[in-house]
Ligand binder design. Structure first.
Ligand SMILES: [Zn+2]
Length: 548
């Protein structure tokens, strides 16, 4: 094409825009010199947008937007990519923040390293109070065996110690902690396990046995909680997140978040799921709460535990440990039915943690019984990790949203095959097959189980390799997502999964101006350039909340 021909459309647009006087409209912010990936229905690309009162007025070519608007502020995106604000579909926002006040055991390469970190923390925080830590993962240690509390009992004879595994579904406690909780070798806990060896407790707890100590683990006064929420917010905004879905909060924390919303300190949007607890249900019997930065309209239940600690509920026993049997069911079917009926009657979305194929089958059955058929209630299965192939169809049949965490696949793949065996593993972490059921999927990280970084979610969904580039051919690539679908899973479809699609999830005139600037084009750069991608800036309601 010659030069004149390439200029023609631009000239035509210039004339067509002449019916507007130069800069006759007001905007608070004009973003220009940008590669805006709008993720509207056609995934239109634009180079500029004007924003006023927190909403997008118009998107278009740079000259058109710059000529039309008198802006209080301009943001030159430096030819970088702009996406709808990233949403984490499933995380533990408060828990992540509170963990920053505890011993960080993430990445510890041995039980010895765990003990060294705990001792250093205890020395720095002397006294007789609880020593709390989180993040250990025995799969990273030589031998991969669960720890016992022998060394903890020697190191801390008089001070209670509670160390949660990275997924929060297992913990190790010392004898002092057991004594304070009144646990003995004769104790039993439904839906939980107190490990015993030669008739003696080892201090290892699974699922509902971990829950015995959850109040102690979560215990924080209001200043500590506020500090935790602000620290979590800082990290999330820096990572490019504009909304987080917290998978399980109590009414007290929600009251604090409402106060932080009112005083302006809550910048990030929080879509909160109520923890499965009758006290929370009583507080929200009037129905969902929809605020500017806080929405409460979901309920979070747990069907089973986690695969790493063999608490996930499986149809057939574990492949690598017959003693673990089928795993753990954390509540009765009747309980889940009661919660489902309460949700339907009170206008709440039900969201249930289901890892094992048996847990998924159980809850799909409960959902189906209460939903009855096609609906727009958008109930969710969190994780949907190991599926029996016969059960995929229920997601479509009852319009159930799969809410999945692509980095779980790349973190678990080294040992998940041991737990499940070669036949079952091919139906685990099935992002694409589940996405196809309703034409959508909600993506998240489950942080602090994984890192907060949404770009890691994108990489794991599309390339299906870990940070070391393993495996070279990608993990079970038949269930990888295409790049646009992965982006929609972090934006458009997370908006649908939170009933916020009128305001969020794409960049279109009339929607809220939540967007994230990234240093490269995620839709087109080579796969080898994806791991280095960086968030440059984050905006919520047109206000820059992180970056440069
Ligand atoms: Zn979770």
């Amino acid at each position: 094409m010659n030069r004149i021909a390439t200029l023609l459309p631009a000239v035509a647009l210039l004339f067509s825009s002449c019916k507007f006087a130069y800069r006759d409209r007001d905007a608070d912010l004009v973003v220009h010199n940008a590669r805006i990936c709008t993720l509207d229905g056609q995934n239109t690309q634009q180079t500029a947008m004007a924003i006023k009162d927190g909403r997008i007025l118009e998107l278009g070519p740079e000259f058109q937007i710059l000529n039309r608007y008198r802006a209080k502020r301009t943001y030159d995106a430096g030819a970088k990519a702009v996406y709808p604000g990233f949403i984490d579909g499933h995380c533990h926002f408060l828990g992540y923040g509170l963990n920053k006040q505890k011993v960080n055991l993430a990445g510890a390469k041995s039980w010895g390293e765990v003990l060294r970190r705990v001792s250093a923390y205890a020395d720095a925080h002397p006294g007789s109070g609880w020593v709390l830590g989180r993040g250990w993962d025995q799969n990273l240690w030589p031998g991969k065996a669960f720890p016992d509390n022998d060394s903890l009992n020697l190191l801390f004879p008089n001070r209670p110690v509670l160390l949660q595994r990275v997924d929060g579904h297992a913990a190790i406690v010392n004898r002092k902690a057991m004594d304070l909780a009144g646990l003995t070798a004769a104790s039993t806990i439904a839906g939980g396990l107190l490990e015993k060896r030669n008739g003696k407790l080892t201090g290892l707890l699974l699922d509902n046995a971990v829950s015995v100590f959850q109040k102690i683990f979560d215990d924080a006064d209001e200043p500590a909680k506020r500090e935790a929420l602000l620290a979590a917010q800082h990290d999330c905004l820096s990572a490019g997140l504009t909304m987080v879905c917290d998978a399980g909060l109590d009414a007290g924390t929600l009251a604090l978040l409402k106060r932080m919303q009112a005083d302006g300190s809550l910048k990030i949007r929080v879509y909160a799921m109520l923890a499965d607890d009758s006290a929370n249900f009583r507080q929200y019997a009037g129905g969902p709460y929809i605020g500017d930065r806080l929405i409460v309209r979901a309920v979070k239940c747990y069907a089973d535990g986690a695969l790493g600690s063999r608490g996930a509920l499986l149809i057939k026993p574990y492949s690598d440990d017959a003693a673990a049997g089928h795993g753990l069911q954390l509540a009765t079917r009747d309980h889940f039915l009661d919660v489902a009926r309460w949700c339907k009657a009170h206008g709440f979305q039900m969201a249930t943690h289901c890892i094992g194929d048996s847990a998924n089958r159980l809850l799909l059955g409960v959902y189906g019984e209460v939903l009855g058929g096609t609906n727009d209630l958008r109930w969710r299965i969190e994780h949907a990790q190991c599926m029996d192939p016969a059960d995929f169809k229920f997601f479509g049949q009852y319009n159930i949203i799969p809410s999945m965490q692509p980095t779980h696949a790349t973190s678990d793949m080294r040992w998940a095959v041991d737990r499940l065996g070669p036949e079952r593993i091919v139906n685990a972490y099935a992002l694409k097959r589940l996405m196809l059921q309703n034409g959508m999927i909600a993506l998240g990280t489950d942080f602090p189980v994984e890192a907060t970084d949404p770009l890691k979610t994108f990489y794991a969904a599309v390339v299906r390799k870990n940070a070391d580039g393993m495996p070279p051919e990608g993990f079970q690539m038949a269930d990888a997502l295409g790049r646009e679908h992965a982006l929609r899973g972090m934006t458009t479809w997370n908006a649908l999964a939170t009933f916020t699609e009128k305001d969020l999830g794409s960049l279109e005139a009339g929607k809220l101006a939540d967007f994230t600037v990234v240093d490269r084009d995620l839709l087109t750069v080579g796969g080898n350039l994806l791991p280095g991608a960086q968030v440059v800036a984050t905006f919520i309601n047109g206000e820059q909340v992180a970056g440069r």
